[in-house]
Design a protein around this ligand. Structure first.
Ligand SMILES: Cc1ncc(COP(=O)(O)O)c(C=O)c1O
Length: 381
C-alpha cells in the first residue's frame, strides 16, 4: 500500500474533453466537443500507409524523423512563409504537437522561470511549465474578440520571463493574430533571451482570405522560436499523433536531447506515407472545405437564440448563449448534452481562474449531416 505518493500535478483531474466526450457517449449526444474530424481520411493517404507497412518499413525511424518528411516539411514551410528551416538540423518529427510542446518546455524551462500564457489557453501548456519547476503567468485575451492587449502583456514581462506561448490560429476562440501582433511581440522581446513557443497546429485552416502569420516570417522571432505543427490536424488524422517542431539549430539541439529519451523516434510507415502524400501541395488545401463546413453550420443556426462569434481559423465556432440561459458554462454545456443531445466545450475551463462569458465551443470538423442535425437540435432552444 502506497502511503506517501505525492502527485506532481495535484490539481489536475480528467480533462474537460474526456468529461464531455464520455457524457456525450452516455447520453447518445452529437459530440461537437472534442476537436477531431468525423469524415473519412483520403484514400490515397491510407493506400500509401498500407504500401509502406507491407514493404516492411516497420522498424525504428531515425531519431529526428524520416529525412524525406523533414525535407518536404522544410519545402512547405518555405513556400508558405518564405523562411527555410534546415531539415537536418532544425526540424524534428514528434508524437503529435502535444509531445513537441512538452519537449520544447522540458528542454528550456527550469525552476524559477516564468512563462507567459494567454488565456483562454489550450490545456497542456501550464501543466508542462509547472512540471519543470516554472511558473505560468496568465494574461487574459480581451473580450469580446479575444485580441491581445500588448500593454497588459508588457507589464507581465520580468527578468524571470523565459518563454511566451503564442497560439495562432487560436484554440478555443478561432482568432487569427494579425501581422501587427507579431510585430508588437517582436519589438517587445527584442534584445532579451525570451523564447517563443509558437503553437501553429491550425496553420493550414485559415478563413475569409486571412493570412497565417507564422513566427518564422519575422526574423527576430524565428531566431528564438519553437514552431510547432500537427499532421493530425492538417491531414484529418488526429489519432496518428504525428507533429513537428521547427526551431533554430541551437534550440533544436536542446530539443532533441530530450526528445531522444522521451520517445526516441515516432511511427515509421506513417512518416514515409505523409512524406509522399505532401509532395502534392493540393493535399494541404484544406481551408476551403473547413470554411464551407463553418458556413453551413452558421447558416443552419441562423435565426437561433445562439449568437455566433467570429471564427477566423481552426475548426471551432464559439456560440454565445446569453439569450437562452443564465447558467454557468460548465452547467449549461452539461445540460445541453443531456437534454438537447449536443455536446460542446465550455470556454471557462480554458482559463486559470474560470471566467464566465456564456460562451461554448463547437467543433465543426464534422460531416454535413452531423452539423445539420446538431444545428436543428440547437435551433429548438
Ligand atoms: C492548440 C492546440 N495545440 C496542440 C494540440 C495537440 O495536437 P496533437 O493532436 O498533434 O498532439 C491541439 C489539439 O487539439 C490544439 O488544439
Amino acid at each position: 500500500m502506497l502511503t506517501n505518493l505525492k502527485s506532481k500535478l495535484p490539481n489536475t483531474s480528467a480533462s474537460i474533453f474526456s468529461v464531455m466526450s464520455s457524457l456525450a457517449a452516455q447520453h447518445n449526444a452529437i459530440n461537437l466537443s472534442q476537436g477531431f474530424p468525423d469524415f473519412p481520411v483520403d484514400d490515397d493517404l491510407l493506400k500509401l500507409v498500407s504500401t509502406y507497412l507491407k514493404k516492411g518499413y516497420n522498424q525504428y525511424a531515425p531519431m529526428p524523423g524520416v529525412p524525406a518528411l523533414r525535407q518536404v516539411l522544410s519545402d512547405i514551410i518555405f513556400k508558405d512563409n518564405g523562411f527555410r528551416y534546415d531539415p537536418d538540423t532544425e526540424i524534428t518529427i514528434t508524437h503529435g504537437a502535444t509531445q513537441a510542446i512538452a519537449t520544447a518546455i522540458s528542454s528550456t524551462i527550469r525552476e524559477g522561470d516564468e512563462v507567459i500564457i494567454f488565456t483562454p489557453a489550450y490545456d497542456c501548456y501550464a501543466p508542462m511549465v509547472e512540471l519543470n519547476g516554472g511558473t505560468p503567468i496568465f494574461v487574459q485575451l480581451e473580450q469580446p474578440d479575444y485580441s491581445i492587449n500588448w500593454e497588459t502583456f508588457k507589464k507581465q514581462i520580468s527578468h524571470r520571463t523565459k518563454m511566451v506561448v503564442l497560439n495562432t490560429p487560436h484554440n478555443p476562440s478561432g482568432k487569427v493574430l494579425r501581422k501587427e501582433d507579431l510585430e508588437q511581440l517582436q519589438e517587445l522581446v527584442q534584445g532579451s533571451d525570451i523564447l517563443i513557443l509558437a503553437d501553429e497546429v491550425y496553420e493550414q485552416i485559415i478563413f475569409d482570405g486571412l493570412t497565417h502569420h507564422s513566427v518564422c516570417r519575422f526574423s527576430d522571432l524565428a531566431s528564438r522560436s519553437f514552431k510547432i505543427g500537427s499532421f493530425g490536424k492538417t491531414l484529418h488524422v488526429t489519432g496518428w499523433k504525428l507533429g513537428y517542431c521547427a526551431a533554430p539549430e541551437i534550440l533544436t539541439n536542446e530539443f532533441r536531447k530530450i526528445h531522444q529519451y522521451q520517445v526516441f523516434s515516432v511511427n515509421t510507415p506513417m512518416q514515409y506515407a505523409i512524406a509522399d502524400y505532401l509532395v502534392d501541395e493540393n493535399n494541404l488545401k484544406i481551408a476551403g472545405a473547413y470554411q464551407q463546413r463553418r458556413d453551413l453550420f452558421l447558416e443552419a443556426l441562423s435565426g437561433s437564440a445562439f449568437k455566433p462569434l467570429s471564427s477566423q481559423g481552426t475548426y471551432f465556432q464559439l456560440l454565445n448563449y446569453s439569450a437562452i440561459s443564465d447558467k454557468n458554462e460548465v452547467d449549461f454545456a452539461k445540460e445541453l448534452t443531456i437534454k438537447q443531445g449536443v455536446a460542446a466545450i465550455p470556454i471557462s475551463v480554458f482559463y486559470h481562474i474560470p471566467q464566465e462569458n456564456q460562451v461554448l465551443r463547437f467543433c465543426f470538423a464534422k460531416s454535413e449531416e452531423t452539423l445539420l442535425k446538431a444545428a436543428k437540435l440547437l435551433q429548438s432552444l
